[in-house]
Design a protein around this ligand. Sequence first.
Ligand SMILES: [Zn+2]
Length: 390
Amino acid sequence: MSGGGTSTFFGQTEIRDLGTATLPANASLAFQVPVDSTTFMLVADGGRAPDIDIAPIVDPLGATWITASFNDLDPIGRTTLQAAGQSVAAGLFPHSTTYSVPLGTYQFSVLNFGSATQSAKVYALLNRRQNLSAGSLIVNVHFCGLNDLNAGNAMANPSFGVLLSEFSRILLQAGIQVQVAGTYDCPASDQTRLAVIDDVDGNQNGLPDELEDLFSQSGNVTTRGLSIFFVQQIDDNDGDASIFIAGIAGGIPGPGPIVGTVQSGVAVAIASNRIGLLSTEALLRRGRTMAHEVGHYLGLFHTTEQCGADATQCEGFTIPIAAFNVDPIPDTPECPTSFDTDGDGQVTADECLAADGLNLMFWTQPSPPQVRNRLTAGQVFVLQRNPLVQ
Ligand SMILES: [Zn+2]
């Protein structure tokens, strides 16, 4: 059993360092933490460990939130706390409007699901913010391998301004004011290597190693915040080099204001080596991608995954539970497989316009002039509770 330790503060959030767990293969270590705030996070940073989980979790009243089993639907609903292949496990509570956070002492365990000994730094983030309807999100913006965009010129670049304004507009719908604290360039030695994220997942965890190297740069900032990385291109990691990814988040949620981990950030592909080549429509879509990925990082799942809300098996999902095809938030619309009018096995935003096709967290964007930017009250509830919003 471990607990206690030193604290630092991010706004009104106390980041309590619960210590480092040294975990042999398939071993776990129990922790307990007194929680005096109505929203909090747990984070276990396993460095580049192949699979770190947080489970089970039991609340102060003795109710199990997350069971030890990794292939069931947990009592608090879908989370990534037991997702395969994450170096960093993170949970935001509450992550839906269906339950609340009793004050008192929580019991949880950190598990190393890998085959070698790993160590994980464990944190509890106690968010004592009182006004949970309006706040600020501090972001640090990083640039890697773009010929006409860098830390020195970005904030005066009109194209980047269009992108950033669309991002800020969408977050303001949730009562979140975006503040850019700093701009950063990738180290010169990485400007070429990390401009296109196209490597394989060498250490067999969830993210490509280049993405991990990118996100690790979040530790180089002067003001703690959410690091957002702009690169030329992100390739699909499944070996099909013809599939490009618009953006990717370091977790659902990411590790909040814990910077410097391999999952501490969001990456957005400009899909060009020059932002100046993009049309206004393309820039707006990049801004919406940025907002979508930040939505993931702050704790939002896709409202409907690509297979459809009632599909029996989503591609890439190992657990055939329909609740995993949608988010755990009750007021978000869902798009069933009956909307898949072309029968290709995917529900697209254009097919789901009468459901959640225009929600910011739909899995893909609709065709112009439709705009993927809506948020429900339940989604705003979650965004406002992430400790990155202060
Ligand atoms: Zn997404």
